[in-house]
Design a protein around this ligand. Structure first.
Ligand SMILES: O=C(CO)COP(=O)(O)O
Ligand SMILES: [Zn+2]
Length: 210
């Protein structure tokens, strides 16, 4: 995909997330790799009202070269780009995944149990990353330590973040994460049947979606 198409995709998905209430106000950020660097959403922008020409452009090292000033979550996004093969990163403050990130009794190594096939296929294991101030560079080593085995994470008391090969793949994954978080919360306290390890292994072997 060329840079214009990637800029259009970021705007299209940002608008869609905002209009469906998947992130509010100026929360959340999207980035994607382009041939000579990265395109990111500007800091303090509303994902619903992005303009392709005002998106931030960074060089391959992460220096801002054009457009509005970039998201303050560059260290978070770069932990994925440097640690795994991916072309896009999306962070939202979607309600159910954020609610899950605030619970004190979830499994920190895998905050989202394998409740449906699609969360296994598109998201996989979701570790809970310890709280850091939004935009802090301290997030980078914490996320870097989990990206070899995970394409997604929950930031403690903050929200979800996912990586994908494309903006669309990352969007599908973060939506699936949100739906699974919703199901996990709706069924909390009930006797939930999780997918058995054989089913998870079968899905991992059959589908390569992340
Ligand atoms: O969600 C956010 C911080 O975690 C939004 O930050 P930015 O406006 O800098 O992208
Ligand atoms: Zn945030």
């Amino acid at each position: 995909m060329n840079e214009d198409a990637i800029r259009a995709d970021i705007v299209r998905w940002g608008k869609s997330f905002f209009e469906r209430g998947l992130t509010a106000g100026s929360s959340g950020n999207i980035s994607a790799r382009v041939e000579d660097g990265f395109i990111t959403t500007p800091t303090n922008s509303c994902l619903g009202f992005l303009k392709p020409e005002r998106l931030s452009k960074l060089d391959v090292e992460g220096n801002h070269i054009s457009g509005d000033p970039p998201t303050k979550e560059i260290p978070l996004h770069f932990a994925f780009y440097e640690g795994r093969q991916c072309g896009a990163v999306i962070h939202l403050h979607s309600t159910y995944a954020t609610a899950l990130s605030c619970l004190s009794d979830i499994d920190r190594r895998d905050a989202l149990p394998p409740i449906t096939p699609y969360v296994v296929m598109r998201v996989g294991k979701v570790p809970l990353v310890p709280y850091t101030r939004p935009g802090s560079t301290a997030i980078k080593p914490l996320v870097a330590s989990i990206v070899a085995n995970s394409s997604a994470a929950l930031l403690e008391n903050h929200g979800p973040v996912v990586s994908g090969l494309t903006v669309e793949a990352a969007a599908f994954a973060i939506e699936e994460l949100e739906e699974a978080a919703k199901l996990a919360l709706l069924t909390r306290g009930m006797q939930v049947r999780h997918l058995p390890p054989e089913a998870v292994a079968d899905l991992d072997a059959t589908f390569k979606l992340r």
